[in-house]
Write a protein that binds this ligand. Structure first.
Ligand code: ADP
Ligand code: MG
Length: 620
């Protein structure tokens, strides 16, 4: 039997490691930014071309490297950050595995320019496929500049796996924001294809948070600060009224490293109990400081998972401190008042009307619906099974189909005469046509009630309209889709957005136009020039609805479809709106023209059917 075991060549080993460390351009951006932070830089510039596919360029003014170090930094397990195994327990730097540069160099063309403060002149190294191709002296300021070109050039599987520039940029921005939030004293910039997305000057933590998220966040933040001998917490939590139905604004840092920690997340959520509708996520940007000896950061290569020795201790510090914070800022005068009033506590911002989120949240509340988690539950309603649907349709067709045969008309007449006096009176007052065709009336400006052969149908007007609009919007997306019905706004609405939100909206502009939503770029945000014809809402809340969907990812449902669902929800006729009889007829007809009339786009019931035997039971 011949021998079969061989040592992997260094470069292959590095490529394998790269698979773990560098998944996409954002991972390289994060590693390079963290190296610059570790190098003590006070200014870090990140420049990307094509979402990092073509170029990732990170420039810093940190300590730089002497020539020998510059050559060594691409070796696997080459690091200046730990000397012995004991050091693992006192880590304060971002990196320590010495894997990032080796990994990056094995899957891209890397040009490193660096000058250490003790040197007159810098050195430039060009790495190709992990080996040094060229070395030249170079005149430069103290610091390091790394250009990563053609990421994954030799790993086509990875390259093909990359998503659109929009998606990749979103990941980059996420990572950029995490590093920038954790280091408010450092000046960071982020540029993509020559447009500057962020310019974050050294600032207080509050100013940094606002710089990252946008100026409208100023009024949303509640400061939190607390410490014991073992652990300290500082940062901000969001006022409950601004909580979103999607995740994406939750930032936890431990010793200035962004981490994910289920238990701490749940503890924070617990602090909001009773203040917020379940299924929503409050913003938080919290920094825990813990003796490094008490945590184990070494459990995952990308190191966002973390383990503490002191879970309990941290919980018992966090919970009361957040509650106190919320209480102090009059967000939570008492913790047991109902959601109704908690949603009204926020004074409206001075500059514009943003009543939508609160109203929206309240009427939409459904404990079984949650958007934003990646488990996929959110999207189920978008594509429900068809069994139930067929049952509804046949019910409708049997009873109400407008062009039914003569037998059907007779059935209708019979039913009308059996309608209660109340219903009859309602109908009398209404439009002739309605009386002729069907008994319909509105209950509490919320439900449309109609009789069927076998009982009563109660239709939620808001959800019904959502379903109708959703299917219409989705049809407009199809290549030969119907032309969108747009109303040009006489006075285009300009909406301020932070750079990341602006980028996201602008990159979605083309397909948003298919919805009849016409958007142009504007200095500090976007300008809405046209809205879908049937929108019973403001341009602001439509943009908000689009951004809601930014962070969520649901298998099998496209972003366009999810945005369509949000738009439909924001455009649909509100609960509380009195409907004219002909409006009710129109709504019901269109609802039953839908492919899935029984469920709204989020999978919630649109129609409740009360069978006559159920009624009989109750009269027994
Ligand atoms: P790690 O950060 O885990 O040590 P890396 O592969 O990211 O591993 O970097 C290897 C080494 O290269 C670092 O330990 C550091 O000494 C050096 N280095 C990397 N980037 C920079 C930089 N921007 N400025 C100065 N030194 C750097
Ligand atoms: Mg590193």
């Amino acid at each position: 039997m011949p021998e079969v075991i061989r040592q992997l060549p260094e470069n292959v080993a590095n490529q394998i490691a790269a698979g773990e460390v560098i998944q996409r351009p954002a991972s390289a951006v994060k590693e390079l930014m963290e190296n610059a932070v570790d190098a003590g830089a006070s200014r870090i510039d990140v420049r990307l071309v094509d979402a990092g596919r073509t170029l990732i360029h990170v420039l810093d003014n940190g300590v730089g490297m002497v020539e020998a170090d510059a050559k060594r930094c691409f070796d696997r397990h080459a690091t200046s950050k730990i000397n012995s195994a004991e050091d693992l327990f006192t880590i304060v730097s971002k990196g320590f595995r010495g894997e990032a540069l080796a990994s990056i160099a094995s899957i891209a063309h890397v040009e490193l320019k660096t000058r250490h403060e003790s040197d007159e002149c810098g050195v430039q190294l060009n790495m190709e496929g992990g080996t040094l191709a060229q070395e030249t002296p170079v005149a430069m300021k103290v610091g390091t500049q790394i250009a990563v070109r053609h990421l994954f050039f030799n790993v086509p599987a990875r390259r093909n796996f990359l998503k659109s520039d929009t998606v990749e940029m979103r990941h980059v921005i996420d990572d950029f924001q995490r590093v920038a939030l954790a280091h408010e004293a450092i000046h960071f910039t982020l540029t993509h294809n020559d447009s500057e997305l962020f310019d974050l000057r050294p600032a207080t933590l509050r100013k940094r948070v606002i710089g990252v998220f946008g100026s409208k966040y100023d009024e949303r933040l509640v400061p939190v600060e607390e410490s014991t001998d073992v652990v300290g917490v500082i940062g901000f939590v969001g006022k409950p009224a601004f909580a979103r139905r999607t995740r994406g604004e939750q930032f936890l840092f431990v010793n200035q490293r962004f981490v994910k920690h289920g238990l701490i997340h749940r503890t924070i959520m617990q602090a909001y109990e009773g203040l917020m509708v379940p299924g929503q996520y409050p913003l938080y940007v919290l920094f825990l400081t813990i003796d490094p000896a008490r945590l184990d950061v070494n459990i995952h290569p990308t190191k966002t998972e973390i383990k503490f020795d002191e879970d309990q201790h941290i919980q018992s510090l966090l919970l009361p401190s957040i509650r106190r914070g919320l209480g102090k800022h009059a967000v939570a005068p008492s913790l047991d008042f109902d959601q109704e009033s908690s949603l009204n506590i926020e004074p409206p911002p001075k500059d514009r009307v943003v009543a939508e989120p609160a109203v929206h949240i309240n009427t939409e509340y459904n404990p079984f619906h949650s958007t934003g988690n990646s488990s996929g539950s959110a999207g189920v309603g978008l594509r429900p099974g068809r069994g139930q649907l067929d049952a509804w349709k046949s019910l409708y067709e049997k009873v109400w189909k407008p062009d039914g045969g003569p037998g059907q008309v007779q059935e209708e007449r019979a039913m009308q005469s059996s309608a209660t006096g109340e219903v009859g009176a309602q109908l009398e007052a209404g439009n002739e046509m309605v009386v002729q065709h069907r008994p319909l009336f509105q209950l509490q400006n919320k439900y449309i009630v109609t009789a069927t052969k076998s009982g009563l149908l109660v239709i939620d007007q808001h959800r019904a309209h959502q379903r109708i609009l959703y299917e219409e919007l989705v049809r407009q997306l199809e290549p030969q889709g119907v032309a969108p019905a747009t109303q040009q706004l006489l006075f285009p609405a300009s909406i301020d957005l932070n750079a990341a939100d602006q980028l996201f909206v602008l990159q979605s502009r083309e397909w948003l136009a298919k919805f009849g939503l016409l958007i142009e770029k504007h200095d500090d945000g976007v300008e809405v020039q046209g809205m879908p014809l049937e929108a019973d809402t403001t341009p602001e809340s439509l943009i908000q609805a689009i951004l809601e969907e930014r962070a969520s990812e649901v298998a099998g449902v496209s972003r366009e479809e999810r945005v369509a669902a949000q738009l439909a929800s924001s455009m649909a006729v509100r609960v509380g709106k009195a409907l004219k009889p002909e409006e009710m007829v129109d709504l019901v007809d269109r609802l039953f023209g839908c492919s899935t009339p029984a469920l709204d786009p989020f999978g919630r019931a649109v129609i409740v059917n009360i069978e006559s035997n159920e009624l009989d039971q109750r009269f027994r």
